[in-house]
Design a protein around this ligand. Structure first.
Ligand SMILES: CC(C)(COP(=O)(O)OP(=O)(O)OC[C@H]1O[C@@H](n2cnc3c(N)ncnc32)[C@H](O)[C@@H]1OP(=O)(O)O)[C@@H](O)C(=O)NCCC(=O)NCCS
Length: 198
């Protein structure tokens, strides 16, 4: 569909949600969603500026997408980092009124398409250990738990579950040094904190 046709379709159906690339002028509405969805550890404007600075150039390592309803209101967003063949879902969020409509799945599909375009052989993400809804979404896409990062989410000191999707037959490789293996009883081990939402 062309951009004009998509705009007409959206105008005809105010409930229709379309995805498009996130640009700098989306930072303010995305910040409003960010504060709604991550009240304890919201990213700052500066973090979004920094992420977008890594997009849209020949050596880009970042790509961000937003979901817009038929009235032009932003209702979701997501971002991917891709470095040396490894993708990392940096963040993903859907406003309360649109959750459970399949939008999270659409955003994740789009990020995985981008990971393919970046020639990633695996995609990683971190998710709060208590965020079972997001974990179910990732499991539906084939992500598997590979370890924990203790105290990853600050200031609440909440552990992250690290999940991995292999997009090729590559052996599971954990970048960096701080992912602890799953223990038999599933309890987390190991240090590291960070600020990805995913
Ligand atoms: C996690 C999150 C992105 C998922 O987005 P979402 O739009 O709700 O995701 P989906 O609608 O694709 O799937 C969620 C559920 O809705 C169900 N669903 C999807 N389409 C549906 C539809 N048309 N009707 C009814 N249910 C539907 C799915 O089966 C799924 O069910 P499950 O949770 O029991 O497995 C969203 O809940 C969110 O933004 N949460 C707060 C921020 C957050 O935690 N982000 C992730 C950080 S790691």
């Amino acid at each position: 569909m062309t951009g004009t046709a998509r705009t007409r379709a959206a105008a005809a159906d105010p409930g229709a949600v379309t995805l498009r690339e996130m640009r700098w002028w989306d930072i303010e509405p995305v910040m409003a969603l960010e504060e709604e969805l991550f009240p304890e550890d919201a990213w700052s404007r500066g973090m979004f500026w920094s992420e977008l600075a890594g997009a849209r150039h020949p050596a880009a390592t970042r790509t961000y997408v937003v979901a817009e309803d038929g009235t032009g209101r932003l209702v979701g967003y997501g971002g991917l980092a891709a470095v040396s063949g490894t993708g990392d879902v940096q963040t993903i969020g859907v406003t309360g009124g649109h959750q459970g409509t399949g939008l999270g799945a659409r955003l994740l599909s789009e990020l995985l398409r981008k990971a393919t375009a970046f020639e990633c052989h695996e995609v990683l993400l971190e998710v709060r250990v208590d965020n079972t809804r997001a974990q179910r979404l990732y499991e539906r896409f084939g992500f598997e738990p590979i370890g924990f990062r203790r105290g990853y989410y600050q200031p609440g000191n909440v552990d992250a579950l690290v999940m991995r999707l292999s997009t090729a037959d590559a052996p599971a490789a954990v970048p960096g040094t701080a992912v602890s293996p799953l223990t038999p009883d599933g309890s987390p081990q190991g240090p590291l904190q960070g600020n990805d939402h995913d």
